[in-house]
Design a protein around this ligand. Structure first.
Ligand code: NAP
Length: 270
């Protein structure tokens, strides 16, 4: 285990962020980045964090896709902005996080929610399907977290939530790439929590079960019907039910809550 205060070893591989100009830019709301905020779970998280008084930076590839979230938050009196970014590109992720910290003079909350599936049985899985899912679902989280630590340390406060999946806890036929990425998030997040706990930064995973979004819409009625008997509450979850867990894990009062995986799955994986 590395000692907590061993910055040379701890940060040897991390590129240095540009110096932040904090004066006059600091806003009084906590600033939260939410990736994948254009629809589904990410949109619900963004709307909930804005309702809870955060300034939310909405991230997805498509600015048009984010416009509806932006409009809904502002109509409800919340504060947000749109920053399109393809998280498959590590340099763009780094620039996104640096840019938010520089613009606002702070970064308090990071929710790595954006994710993709490229499902097929392992026998048929291509290298490209493996790499694409690991890159978007795991590597982007590493890059975003690494970039977020310096502004969070500067603010002596940070809340990181990485969105996992029950597939990463139990495995799931047809999802070797996705389950591997989501399982890795758990070990990664616990490590962030252990390295950063003394700095006021917490890191947790929220692992959803089946939630009603575009990602599960494509499953078709046969699969959905087959899944239901395995869910004790006998229904799919709603994105807002994941957002509630994220709201707690990113709240000021959750400072003693870290290195955990919150499973929100209607009891399926128990
Ligand atoms: P979704 O409805 O498919 O939405 C995915 C979001 O991610 C969209 O906003 C999409 O916007 C964005 N996105 C995808 N690729 C991106 C990229 N390369 N760069 C930036 N943004 C990107 O997904 P969801 O169902 O809400 O799932 C959200 C998270 O929960 C994912 O991590 C998923 O693995 C996890 N999860 C979901 C379920 C479920 O049942 N739905 C269960 C377990 C875990 P653009 O297309 O505009 O980029």
């Amino acid at each position: 285990m590395l000692p907590l205060d061993s910055p040379p070893a701890l940060h040897a591989a991390a590129p240095r962020c540009k110096p932040q100009r904090l004066e006059a830019r600091v806003i009084d709301k906590r600033v939260a980045i939410v990736t994948g905020a254009s629809r589904g779970i990410g949109r619900a998280i963004a709307e909930r964090l804005a309702k809870d008084g955060r300034h939310v930076v909405l991230v997805a590839r498509s600015a048009e896709g984010l416009a509806a979230t932006d409009a809904a938050i502002k109509a409800a009196g919340g504060s947000c902005e749109i920053r399109p970014c393809d998280i498959a590109n590590a340099a763009d992720v780094q620039a996104l996080v640096d840019g938010v910290a520089e613009t606002h003079g702070r970064l308090d909350i990071l929710v790595n929610n954006a994710g993709i599936t490229r499902d097929t049985l392992l026998l048929r899985m291509t290298d490209e399907q493996w790499d694409e899912v690991l890159n978007v679902n795991l590597r982007s989280v590493f890059v975003a977290c690494r970039a977020a630590l310096r502004p969070m340390m500067r603010g002596k406060f940070g809340r990181i939530v990485n969105i996992g999946s029950v597939s990463g806890l139990s495995g799931n036929a047809g999802q070797a790439n996705y389950a591997a990425a989501k399982a890795a998030l758990v070990g990664f997040t616990k490590t962030v929590a252990k390295e950063m706990g003394a700095k006021g930064i917490t890191a947790n995973v929220v692992a959803p079960g089946f939630i009603e979004t575009d990602m599960t819409d494509i499953l078709g009625d046969t699969v959905k019907t087959a899944v239901l008997p395995n869910i004790p509450v006998r229904r799919f979850g709603k994105p807002e039910e994941i957002a509630s867990a994220v709201a707690y894990a990113t709240s000021d009062e959750a400072g003693f809550f870290t290195a955990q995986t919150i499973v929100v799955d209607g009891g399926m994986a128990a």
